[in-house]
Design a protein around this ligand. Structure first.
Ligand code: 16G
Length: 241
């Protein structure tokens, strides 16, 4: 499995071997890796070589270390395309995961000038402000704060928000969701959000802002979300211009 006569460095060969075990699911997400000593003995290589291979895989997020517990196989990230205006519920279902929501906050009130502008609101116009933890198979993936003009969805309530917002807009109200602009930036999770997202303090997150429009150009939502960077990877296809 490691060939001492190969020109490839031993740490690299061990890395490739471990990656192969993960790809073939002999080692599954969350599984503990044998100790450095065990790996060194079974491959007849030095512990330093083992350590180097493991450190490289930790740096590539293939493995993660837990203090005092050992080294484990990372959970695969959800790969989310940045093309196509889809909802969280649709995204999870298309992966065979059960979407879930936990509503943390729901209020109807006027909003600040920046949100007024982005939603093309009249001054003092009422807006729903809501905060939802988005879950996949019960595990938190993102924390979403959405702003929606009451004028557009007068019947929106907490029960509807327990399910899919986009489904309600399209299937119950027959409105046509058409396009959006979205930005993604990196940040560190705030102390308050560590408990909502079930991540440790200091973990990286992705801040996403989406402004979505109906077919006639009316802005219907402004969403500021915090996605777990350990769970999400965004992907886009590019054409040469
Ligand atoms: C996604 C959208 C969010 C939208 C929600 C509707 C991003 C960054 N955000 O989470 O803008 O409100 O889907 O989901 O993709 P729902 O229909 O499941 O409630």
């Amino acid at each position: 499995m490691v060939n001492k006569n190969s020109p490839l460095p031993l740490y690299y060969q061990l890395e490739e071997h471990l990656k192969h075990l993960i790809q073939s699911e002999e080692l599954k997400p969350g599984d503990a890796l044998p100790s450095e000593r065990e790996l060194a003995e079974s491959f007849k290589i030095s512990r330093m070589t083992v350590r180097q291979a493991i450190t490289n895989l930790v740096n590539k997020n293939v493995l993660y270390r837990e203090k005092g517990r050992g080294t484990f196989v990372s959970h695969r990230k959800i790969e989310q395309s940045l093309q196509g205006l889809t909802s969280f519920s649709e995204d999870m279902k298309s992966r065979g995961l059960e979407p879930g929501n936990k509503l943390l906050h729901f209020e109807i009130s006027p909003v600040g000038e920046d949100i007024q502008k982005l939603l093309s609101l009249e001054e003092e116009e009422l807006v729903y402000t809501m905060k939802r933890i988005r879950l996949a198979n019960g595990e938190p993936m993102a924390l979403e704060t959405s702003y929606i003009p009451v004028r557009l969805l007068p019947g929106l309530n907490q029960e509807i928000l327990g399910k899919s917002l986009y489904h309600y807009i399209e299937s119950e109200l027959n409105l046509h969701i058409s396009h959006a602009t979205q930005s993604v930036e990196a940040a560190i999770v705030t102390e308050e959000n560590t408990k909502h997202l079930k991540v440790k303090s200091g973990e990286p997150v992705l801040l996403i802002q989406r402004d979505s429009f109906l077919e006639d150009g009316t802005p219907f939502e402004l969403v500021r979300s915090i996605y777990r960077a350990d769970k999400y990877k965004f992907k886009i296809n590019l054409d040469r211009l």
